[in-house]
Design a protein around this ligand. Structure first.
Ligand code: G4P
Ligand code: NA
Ligand code: NA
Length: 189
């Protein structure tokens, strides 16, 4: 998506070797009209797949997921994060390790919001190592729902998170793909 690549170049800040800060429109301040255009773009790529539910994980995936759900006319579910491994009850759950925060969190979804008859589109703001995405895929599998694929705003391909999941046949659509950020220079794929 050309507008996104331009916005990343104009407003993005490369932190260290592998973190892209896009706080001006996605991760701190949100540009609602732009988020809506990105949501429409992701929705359009999965039109005709019969999606009945959008799934993301709190917190920063929620805005774009809501925009996708609005465009598709379907509900949006966000997995909740819990620090401690407590009794999970009858929740669907997965453990994800955050390389950025260097900690593991459990993500959970209540079964009543993800049914075996659902067709699920996973949406997230970043795809880095793929921990969040594979955790969400595990949750979809626990529910028995069908997975339509994943729509991602920014994929940092050099962190290779999409590789294993694509190899499993999961369709991943990213609005911007970053091949490298060497010396602060962003190269798109
Ligand atoms: P992964 O899910 O692909 O494995 O990502 P990773 O563990 O590397 O990243 C953990 C968190 O950092 C995720 O947010 C992810 O969205 C975010 N993230 C990863 N790379 C970048 C980046 O280059 N820039 C920014 N701004 N964020 C990045 P989270 O821990 O789930 O937290 P939240 O912010 O959604 O609450
Ligand atoms: Na994030
Ligand atoms: Na996220």
């Amino acid at each position: 998506m050309q507008e996104l690549r331009e916005r990343i170049v104009a407003d993005g800040e490369v932190i260290g070797r592998d973190v892209l800060k896009v706080d001006s429109f996605l991760n701190h301040q949100i540009d609602p009209a732009f988020i809506q255009r990105m949501g429409r773009e992701i929705a359009g790529r999965f039109a005709g797949e019969g999606v009945t539910k959008v799934l993301t994980v709190e917190a920063s995936g929620i805005a774009v997921a809501a925009a996708v759900g609005l465009a598709l006319g379907v509900p949006v579910v966000f997995a909740k994060k819990k620090q401690a491994v407590t009794q999970q009850g009858d929740l669907y759950s997965a453990e994800i390790f955050s390389f950025t925060r260097r900690e593991s969190v459990h993500i959970t979804v209540a079964p009543k919001y993800l049914r075996p008859e659902d067709v699920v589109l996973i949406v997230d703001d970043f795809l880095a190592h793929g921990e969040a995405l594979s955790g969400l895929v595990k949750i979809v599998r626990q529910s028995g729902a069908k997975l339509a694929g994943a729509g991602i705003v920014i994929e940092k391909r050099f962190q290779r998170g999409g590789e294993a999941l694509r190899a499993e046949g999961i369709r991943i659509e990213s609005l911007a793909v970053i091949e490298s950020m060497k010396a602060g220079v962003i190269t798109f794929g």
